[in-house]
Write a protein that binds this ligand. Structure first.
Ligand code: PHE
Length: 453
């Protein structure tokens, strides 16, 4: 029983550090790469509205629930369920999170690799003189030659493993604190450039004017999946981070601030991208390459665009890094605490095996087209199964656990720091985790597979 890895767990150093680390996990490619392309494929305005409803009604409470479970148990995601509900199969939810980490990070590192290629292209002035079609061709050519993408992916995974190795305070927290605020400023500047482009209004209308005739079961599931993916909920990343939060910190305000910041960045990314999509005649339903063919067009239209693009893609890579470390940390904390591996071995075993699957995802986009099932390549399968199956299902089980398995008095004690904080909305929260969230997630599932509606 006496596993020395359980007593010296490390933890975040300050309130701002926790918010920065959790926001670092939440804010990443999900906001800047995934949100615009999924919104574009699902009709824009109405998608955004449903996505916001999912965040407010389910997302924030689920984030708080993950913090509660982690901080109560002081364990990794798997160990937390085991400790709070011993002798029950709930630990399987934690185990599912470890599986989800493999799935997410395998395709996430592919996209992070694209970001790094674009850092390189920015330095090399590779966008200069290209037309919108030329920039699209440039990205497609890069994807077709996927060895290049594989090399960047491996570099990215080495960086991720390096930071996770450095541990919670020195690695994760330090980087997140410094870089997240800079990213926000850069996106704001990009927004200003985008909305002053000719024809910007069409893009803003696309993003903000809901057209409910475009809504169907698939759109709702996409909006729910995007909310989960972007907030980093449903797979235990925030249970793991929650376990590093000090007993003195306010979990509710942390969850609210992080959810708000995450949503703000996604909307700002939309405001930067859609006006440019319409101004440059790009198809909003272009898919995963949307951001990579839109942003270089904006940079070419900006004074100082050369430097700006370097700065921007570097920060995007960093945002991806602060997210990917939270995913890897789920697996590493599990290995360290449940199997007694050293942090170093756990990190390398996890990183190498995830990279191996990730390389297959990257190759499935170009060089090895037979890596697909029923018309979806491996990359799409990983993206689909994490956002639309694993995370909502994991989230469903987590709210059931907090609402029906944990004792309300324990949940209350954890959220109120043993009675020190007032909780005027505790009843509302209980109603959400007991009824609203599980029913809503179940309905979305049934509706999207056509069982109802
Ligand atoms: N939320 C991250 C992003 O938006 C991705 C992520 C998903 C991180 C799930 C952790 C867990 O980029």
């Amino acid at each position: 029983m006496a596993n020395p890895n359980l007593s010296d767990r490390g933890g975040f150093g300050s309130k701002f550090g926790i918010i920065a680390a959790a926001a670092g996990s939440a804010i990443g490619l999900g906001n800047i790469w995934r949100f615009p392309y999924v919104a574009g494929q699902n009709g824009g305005g109405a998608f955004l509205l449903i996505n916001l409803a999912c965040i407010v009604l389910i997302g924030i409470s689920l984030m708080l629930s993950e913090f509660v479970i982690g901080r109560r148990a002081q364990r990794n995601a798997y160990g937390s369920f085991k400790k709070i509900a011993p002798g029950t199969p709930w630990y399987l939810v934690g185990f599912m999170g470890v599986v989800a980490a493999f799935v997410i990070l395998s395709f996430y590192s592919t996209v992070a690799g694209w970001t790094m290629e674009y850092v390189y292209q920015s330095f090399a002035n590779g966008f200069a003189g290209k037309s919108p079609d030329g920039l699209k061709f440039m990205f497609e050519e890069f994807m077709g030659d996927s060895w290049r993408a594989v090399i960047w992916q491996v570099v990215f995974m080495i960086l991720t493993a390096g930071i996770v190795l450095a541990g919670v305070k020195k690695g994760i927290e330090k980087y997140a604190k410094l870089l997240m605020p800079i990213l926000l400023v850069l996106i704001l500047i990009l927004c200003i450039r985008a909305i002053t482009l000719p024809g910007a209004v069409d893009g803003l209308e696309f993003l903000f004017k809901p057209d409910f005739s475009k809504v169907n079961g698939r759109v709702i599931l996409e909006a729910l999946g995007q909310a989960f993916f972007s907030l980093s909920i449903g797979m235990g990343a925030l249970i793991t981070y929650g376990s590093y939060i000090s007993k003195k910190d306010n979990l509710t305000s942390s969850a609210v601030i992080v959810s708000f910041a995450d949503t703000l960045i996604a909307i700002l990314a939309g405001v930067a991208i859609f006006p440019a999509v319409f101004a440059f005649g790009i198809n909003p339903a272009e898919g995963p390459e949307l951001v990579f063919i839109t942003l270089p067009n904006i940079f070419l239209q900006m004074p100082g665009g050369y430097y700006f693009s370097i700065f921007f893609f570097v920060l995007l890579a960093v945002a991806a890094l602060t997210s990917s470390i939270s995913v890897l940390e789920v697996v590493v904390a599990y290995f360290v605490e449940e199997t007694g591996l050293s942090r170093k071995n756990a990190t390398w075993i996890a990183a190498v095996s995830i990279t191996a699957i990730g390389v297959l995802c990257t190759l499935s986009q170009g060089l090895v087209p037979w890596l697909n099932i029923g018309g979806m390549n491996l990359f799409d399968i990983m993206d689909f199964s994490s956002a639309k199956i694993l995370l909502p299902f994991g989230g469903f089980l987590i709210v059931l656990f907090i609402g029906w398995v944990m004792k309300p008095a324990d949940v209350r004690a954890e959220i109120s720091n043993d009675g020190k904080l007032k909780l005027p909305l505790f009843k509302v929260y209980l109603i959400i985790v007991r009824f609203v969230a599980p029913v809503a997630i179940a309905l979305v599932f049934l509706y999207s597979i056509g069982v109802i509606g």
